[in-house]
Design a protein around this ligand. Structure first.
Ligand code: NDP
Length: 403
């Protein structure tokens, strides 16, 4: 039996469910639940049209543990794949513990009132999952997710140790809108407006948000400005690759995006604390999300490519001294849309979510407790990336990044 219950009918959920349905030898049944059942039904209709597979759908408020527990009991899956929002992670983990079912997600738990991006709350579940003989896999998207698997692959096949690591996330896509985010706007804007943090000599170094900017020439995209920011895989990488002297994360943003974001921030629209408006408490960022385009609606108009990868420098495995390798995937927005009806940012997250679930269901990755991507053999995951739409390549660079 390899029945899965997916929670969350956004862009990522849509891609993952399409990809699971395309692999019935691993996923014998795929069930989909989310807050708005009509969104699940629309995904199920597309899956049926593209693959012939029927996906049963349900409405659930995943933040209500009792409701989630009841749904898991009804569906009786082997694995719950959480592709809703980071706010729901702990409630879904609790429901998995109550029902004795494995858990997986693509983003770490976030308290609503403060942008933290920390694994602490979920790592604290380790002993309870272990005691029940259950497995939880955290962060099986692209970043976090594949970027950690890339680092572990380099550590297994090219470098004895990683001295410095830079993760470069470039979205060279153009959606034709003045301002929109490629995934959930609330989460995206929380992420980019938080202070930047990177790992250096055993500690976190904080800099103001978007203060460090560098240009990089991305293959298949061209030169782009990228900004140093904090991203959650830095925390698990620092924990599981302890020899790293420095680890940084960079993301590209166009000048238009920065201009709009700066104004929104200056006028207070990105605040996540409640303000009173006409007798009601509202969270400005949640209101902003309501007026921005839904990321899922950008799929049909987005053109261009994403290019996400790791540059790692360290001692070569073959004893030939210090070497630098660049490992990356390039994904085309229009190809992603043609295959699943979603643009490449959802695609590059939904495919690794399917692969992480496949690792668990096939037993290629197994354990009791709460795990991060760095803790397993990267090879079977990397093979599936090549086979299921996210091919990668690795090359040796002349030296580390000049900055
Ligand atoms: P969307 O906002 O498009 O979708 C989220 C879905 O979750 C929506 O269908 C929403 O329902 C549903 N949802 C929200 N709250 C609840 C709730 N209480 N109960 C049940 N369902 C709920 O987001 P994305 O698809 O873009 O992203 C999904 C997840 O993937 C996020 O956690 C995001 O942070 C993560 N992500 C990870 C990446 C990675 O590389 N690791 C990259 C991109 C995203 P409704 O439609 O009714 O609002």
């Amino acid at each position: 039996m390899s029945k899965v219950l997916v929670i969350g009918a956004g862009g990522v959920g849509s891609v993952a469910v399409h990809k699971m349905a395309m692999n019935p030898d691993i996923f014998s049944e795929v069930h989909l639940a989310s807050r708005t059942v009509s969104k699940c039904d629309a995904i199920a209709a597309s899956v049926r049209e593209r693959t012939g597979v029927t996906v049963p759908t349900y409405a659930v408020d995943a933040e209500e543990i009792a409701e989630m527990t009841k749904l898991i009991e009804k569906v009786d899956p082997r694995l719950v794949v959480n592709l809703a929002l980071p706010y729901q992670d702990l409630a879904i983990m609790e429901a998995c513990l109550r029902t004795g079912v494995d858990y997986m997600d693509t983003a770490n738990y976030e308290p609503r009132e403060e942008a933290k991006f920390e694994y602490r709350w979920q790592w604290e579940y380790h002993d309870r999952f272990k005691a029940k003989g259950l497995m939880a896999l955290l962060g099986s998207g692209f970043d976090p997710g594949v970027t950690s698997v890339f680092a572990m692959w380099l550590k297994k096949h090219r470098l004895k140790t990683i001295r410095t690591l830079d993760i470069l996330d470039c979205n060279g896509g153009d959606h034709g809108q003045a301002f929109a985010t490629n995934f959930n706007p609330e989460i995206n804007i929380r992420e980019v407006t938080a202070p930047a943090r990177h790992w250096e000599n055993g500690e976190w170094v904080e800099t103001p948000a978007m203060a460090v900017k560098r240009e990089f020439d991305f293959e298949a995209v061209g030169p782009k400005n990228m900004y140093m920011m904090y991203h959650e895989e830095l925390e698990s990488l620092a924990r599981f690759v302890p020899e790293m002297e420095r680890a940084r994360f960079w993301m590209t943003f166009g000048d238009e995006y920065i201009k709009h974001l700066t104004v929104l921030q200056n006028v207070g629209m990105t605040r996540i604390d409640p303000v009173m408006y006409q007798g009601h408490e509202i969270i400005p960022l949640q209101f902003l999300k309501a007026v921005l385009p839904e990321p899922a609606s950008l799929g049909s108009t987005t053109k261009g490519k994403t290019n996400i990868g790791d540059i790692a420098t360290g001692e070569a495995l073959d004893g030939s001294g210090e070497k630098t390798f660049y490992i990356r995937n390039i994904c085309d927005h229009e190809d992603a849309y043609a295959e699943t009806g979603n643009q490449a940012v959802s695609y590059t997250t939904g495919v690794p979510a399917m692969i992480g679930a496949a690792m668990m269901l096939t037993g290629k990755w197994k354990g009791e407790g709460v795990f991060n991507m760095e803790q397993f053999d990267p090879d079977p995951f990397m093979d599936m990336l090549n086979e299921h739409g996210l091919p990668w390549k690795v090359e040796e660079l002349d030296g580390p990044l000049p900055f």
